[in-house]
Design a protein around this ligand. Structure first.
Ligand code: NDP
Length: 675
């Protein structure tokens, strides 16, 4: 018998004597005792905020990202321990792959995004400098720093590993300690993963704690610096988000809840198109994976009038081939629902849907389970047909959280979008079409009701990730009924655990706070040319100003012939004069860039390894023949990249002989840590 323990204030806590007994959804046998332990919830909050928070905040974003990568690698090395428990949740190995490998993969993505898109420091810059004054002495910059509270993650039963890791990764990257509360029914799998994380020794003390069972008065103890991220039913979300202290303190509350996701077959699709098969394939996957217990599963299939019968026929033929049974048995494609209780709930909801539809596939009282006892968690995929989707109500409002979907007919694209929108807010809607205009029409009519729109067709079919797969790069959440929350979405998901603050002040103040040189801030002179200095020697603000160079007409003509760029503004005085931008013939912008490099580069071998690009190039004033240009080059931002070198970004500004700025850009170089 499994006994998942809580992990509170550094101690593993066993279930109480009167813990809940969890039964296998496959055999009905008792498999675990869980919950009931008396936990010191204030002690857990204190442990997180006094130990985990400070330890995480002492690390830079890159250090936290490295920790996540090491953690993901460690879990990956021991994932078979998780796969061994996975069938006890009713899930097949393929289902488990989404949960276990999907969770680990999500952590890897956040680790990599943290290294690439966040600084190797403690202050995250959100957006660019805002020019708040004419003279440039008063500027603005949005920054984000981690909240000092605790993140409470309440997860649903269907993804005991992914559900935890997709919330932990952004929170830990932000620098916020977490208390994880998995759904009790599958908590043994979450606990196994937390044990692996603790064994790794990679997490600072207090960074992650675990509650098996109820949360007691934990939520009523939360304050303004805390975050609740919840996945589950709309009913529980409402109860928790309306707790007085959550409202009074403005405690952040992120919710993912029920969702009547739709998949639309485009009007262009007929049975002889590749998109028809694609629709059937995606619909089958969503019905059978995790036995339909996915928050993103397709609950409503919206198809052109004329496609109702062909879709029902093709889907039924495909579902006929789905082998249902013990998730560990050879050849089984669809396992059991998570529990007999969940099965009863699904049947109750399916009965409601049945009041305005006809069941066209799947009989819950008569289906094959390959010898497994069908009275436990098993159900067949069930398809309903609704011929009057405009009059229907239950179809658009009742979520049967299992292998249940309804097929609805539509007249035209506007009607299809209107039906999809009847779900009152969903996590995802997919559109299978090869017609870009249909895709655009549905987007304009429908995007405001859906957290994600997924388009698939013959071009993307091979590489598309699937209607039901939330990706760490993209936001997962949806408006209205879907909870109004947003998770993941790359660094956006990290910002949910941070406070955005608008910083206003002089260039020197902003440079000191942000660790990035801001135009107008003090410049420093180094002991030698900065290209001869190592990454660590180069100081933010270190500047060189070059000698001037005259740009002659011969230079311009030579450049034009040499490169083939004989645009009239450089070569034809009359035509150039007629152009409102130019006083006459002017130098090529690219010629100026080349001369700039010739002015500021120090040619000897040294720590500068490569020029990797330039950003935000603007040509601000024309340069005429015989003008003189010079360059100011300032070290703007440094980011460690590998164990051998880091990136230095330079502000390069070009001036003419009158001191007017003529061009500006950010130059990217890789610089070694040693000579
Ligand atoms: P619940 O809302 O009952 O449970 C979700 C989580 O909340 C579980 O961890 C549960 O713990 C916890 N919980 C429940 N009550 C409280 C409380 N008072 N205080 C703190 N935590 C609480 O949803 P279910 O998991 O039972 O699923 C029911 C329905 O939710 C599904 O049928 C489906 O409609 C929807 N759902 C939606 C998902 C989505 O992502 N959109 C995912 C999964 C479900 P415990 O298990 O201990 O009760």
């Amino acid at each position: 018998m499994l006994e998942p323990h809580s992990y509170a204030a550094g101690q593993w806590v066993a279930p109480a004597r009167d813990a809940a007994i969890l039964n296998s959804p496959v055999t009905g046998a008792a498999i675990a005792r869980a919950g009931g332990a008396a936990l010191d919830f204030q002690g857990m909050i204190d442990w997180a905020t006094s130990r985990g928070g400070p330890a995480l905040r002492a690390m830079t974003f890159h250090e936290r990202a490295k920790m996540l990568k090491a953690l993901a690698m460690y879990i990956d090395g021991r994932k078979e321990e998780l796969y061994a428990l996975n069938p006890l949740t009713g899930a097949t190995r393929k289902d488990g792959w989404i949960d276990i490998d999907g969770g680990i993969g999500t952590m890897f993505v956040f680790a990599s995004k943290g290294r690439r898109e966040m600084p190797d420091s403690h202050v995250y810059l959100d957006g660019e400098i805002e020019q708040l004054s004419r003279g440039g002495t008063f500027l603005g910059q949005h920054i984000a720093l981690p909240l000092h509270g605790v993140a409470v993650h309440i997860n649903a039963f269907n993804f005991p590993v992914w559900g935890m890791l997709e919330k932990l990764a952004p929170a830990l990257l932000a620098g916020v300690p977490c208390i994880v509360k998995p759904a009790t029914q599958t908590s043994f799998l979450t606990e196994a993963c937390v044990r692996i994380m603790m064994d790794s020794g990679l997490l600072p003390e207090g960074a992650v704690q675990l509650i098996i069972g109820r949360t007691g008065d934990l939520l009523s103890r939360l304050g303004p610096q805390d975050v609740v991220s919840f996945t589950g039913s709309a009913r529980t979300a409402l109860a928790l988000r309306s707790m007085p202290n959550i409202i009074e303190n403005g405690t952040r509350f992120i919710a993912e809840q029920d969702s009547l996701n739709a998949s639309i077959m485009g009007l262009d699709v007929t049975p002889d198109c590749p998109e028809f098969d694609l629709f059937i394939r995606e619909a089958t996957t969503e019905l059978t994976t995790k036995a339909g217990q996915k928050c993103t599963a397709i609950r409503r299939m919206i198809v052109p009038d004329a496609m109702m019968d062909p879709v029902i026929g093709a889907l039924s033929a495909r579902l006929e081939k789905t082998t249902i049974g013990d998730p560990e048995a050879e050849g089984v494609r669809m396992g059991a629902l998570v529990s007999a209780t969940q099965k009863a709930d699904v049947l109750e909801m399916a009965a409601l849907i049945g009041t305005e539809t006809t069941r066209v596939y799947g009989d819950p009282d008569n289906f094959d389970t390959q010898g497994a006892d069908p009275t436990h968690g098993f159900l067949p995929p069930m398809l309903f047909r609704c011929d009057d989707p405009d009059a229907a109500k239950q179809v658009h409002s009742t979520e049967a959280f299992g292998p249940v979907s309804t097929i609805l007919p539509y007249r035209d694209t506007a009607h299809a979008a209107a039906l999809a929108n009847r779900g009152q807010g969903s996590l995802v809607a997919s559109v299978i079409t090869n017609d870009p205009q249909i895709a655009r029409d549905i987007t304009l009519a429908s995007a405001h009701w859906h957290g994600r729109l997924y388009f698939n067709n013959r071009t993307s079919a091979k590489e598309a990730t699937g209607h039901g797969s939330p990706l760490p790069h993209m936001t997962h959440g949806g408006p209205g009924r879907a909870g109004g929350g947003e998770e993941m979405g790359g660094i956006r998901g990290v910002l949910h655990y941070m406070q955005r603050t608008a910083i206003q002040g002089s260039p020197d103040i902003l440079t000191a706070i942000c660790g990035v040189w801001v135009s107008g801030a003090k410049e420093k002179t180094g002991p030698c040319h900065p290209f001869q200095r190592t990454f660590h020697e180069i100081e933010i603000g270190e500047t060189i100003t070059t000698d001037p160079r005259k740009v002659t007409l011969e230079d311009i003509e030579h450049f034009a012939h040499f490169t083939g760029d004989a645009f009239y503004a450089h070569m034809d005085e009359d035509a150039a004069k007629a152009n409102p931008f130019f006083p006459g013939r002017v130098a090529h912008g690219y010629l100026l860039l080349s001369f700039a490099a010739g002015l500021f580069v120090q040619p000897d071998p040294g720590p500068v390894l490569a020029n990797t690009g330039l950003n935000a190039l603007t040509f601000q004033q024309p340069v005429s023949p015989d003008d003189e240009i010079h360059v100011r080059l300032t070290a703007k931002r440094k980011t460690r990249r590998t164990d051998e070198y880091g990136e230095v970004r330079w502000n390069a500004t070009l001036y003419n002989q009158r001191g007017d700025q003529v061009a500006e850009y950010e130059l990217l170089t890789m610089v070694a840590y040693s000579r």
